[in-house]
Design a protein around this ligand. Structure first.
Ligand code: SAH
Length: 353
């Protein structure tokens, strides 16, 4: 067993660790404050902790972050952080600034096992789950990358991997992010978990009482089309998926997000738009249309702008809030579904910092 990494521990676990080491619990809270509030990882700098406690910590636990292998800046201001894990695995985290927001797109797995036909990450297959500390580390690294005084304001689990297939680590990381006393203190409203639609995972998440936003990667309006695009639809049909979504507890004025990648001649007709409006009847929904981000070897194309706008109009006319999400970081292979090794090589040829 490798020694425990401090940054994957809940503040309550850091308290317990302090007690185990013969120190009062509040020392663990102080430690959590250094790590998660101040982003300080250097034990030497934690001057209010007794030297002896700091030394004991070094003996029993590590405090390691993945290495930042490269940072690739996009013309639109987003930055892709390529991180190398201790075992050589690679993941990406993408920082997307937008007005006064700094959104960080987090990965939860190395690769992904769900093989959605339009997704480049899906071609990699699943290598492994990330541990909670590897998820938390992405935020610490991103914060350190931002200019003085700026912090990540919003977190979206939309990077590599399927968060609900790495359930325990995802939920633990969220608890560290949202712990208001000694964790990062993010409001759960600023956190969004996006899923291919794992119904059991959605049901489980509903019982956690985390209060985070849920995004469903829907992408089709019939089981036949969805099955072709997303093999996961063989396990849970649209009806089962939407039933789970309807039961998901939503705080007042909040909505479930539906991601819908626009693929020319596949799922973007007016008929699809009307069917989508019908499917979402009675669901407090917000739809994000994502024009397909092309990658080499893909069999799909982005529809013409007029098709995308016509699709959006149908939904708007049905009273459904619908935005078109022009992906960030397209030029650096950091856009939705482009997070894979090959995309990275191509992007690297473009420009790095
Ligand atoms: N596994 C989770 C998290 C990934 S989120 C999920 O599926 O929700 C990434 C989002 O980008 C998903 O909605 C995904 O379907 C979408 N996406 C994947 N490849 C894409 C592509 N090439 N163009 C546009 N969107 C894509």
């Amino acid at each position: 067993m490798p020694p425990v990494n401090l940054i994957g521990l809940l503040p309550s676990e850091l308290e317990a660790l302090a007690r185990d080491l013969g120190t009062p619990a509040y020392r663990g809270r102080q430690l959590a404050t250094w790590l998660y509030r101040k982003g300080v990882l250097d034990r030497e700098a934690m001057t209010d902790l007794p030297k002896e406690f700091r030394e004991r910590l070094t003996e029993v636990a590590t405090l390691a972050l993945p290495a930042v292998e490269r940072v690739i800046a996009s013309q639109d201001g987003s930055r892709k952080l390529i991180l190398r894990l201790h075992d050589g695995g690679r993941i990406h985290a993408v920082l997307m600034p937008d007005e006064d927001r700094q959104t960080l797109c987090l990965s939860t797995q190395v690769g992904c096992g769900f093989a959605c036909a339009f997704c480049h990450t899906g071609t990699m297959g699943l290598e492994r789950n990330l541990t909670a500390d590897e998820i938390v580390a992405q935020l610490l690294i991103a914060n350190a990358e931002l200019p003085e005084g700026l912090r990540v304001t919003h977190l979206v689990f939309m990077g590599m991997g399927e968060p609900l297939a790495n359930y325990a680590s995802t939920v633990k990381a969220i608890r560290i992010f949202t712990d208001t006393r000694h964790g990062f203190g993010y409001s759960p409203r600023r956190i969004t978990v996006s899923t291919v639609g794992l119904v059991t995972g959605i049901e489980k998440l509903a019982r956690e009482d985390l209060g985070v936003n849920l995004a469903i990667s829907l992408h089709a309006t019939t089981d036949a089309i969805r099955e072709r695009l997303m093999p996961v639809n063989r396990s849970w049909k649209l009806e089962a998926l939407l039933a789970a979504v309807r039961k998901f507890p939503l705080p007042t004025r909040r909505r479930v997000f539906f991601e819908y990648v626009m693929l020319d001649q596949v799922n973007s007709s007016l008929e699809d738009a009307h069917r989508l409006a019908r499917l979402l009847r009675g669901v407090r929904a917000k739809v994000n249309l994502i024009p397909f981000n092309d990658w080499e070897g893909s069999e799909f194309r982005r529809p013409p702008l007029s098709t995308i706008l016509a699709f959006q109009s149908v939904l708007l006319n049905a009273g459904i809030t619908t935005t078109v999400r022009w992906s960030k970081g397209e030029d650096i292979g950091a856009a939705c579904g482009q997070l894979s090794e090959v995309a990275e090589v191509r992007a690297a040829a473009g420009g790095s910092r």
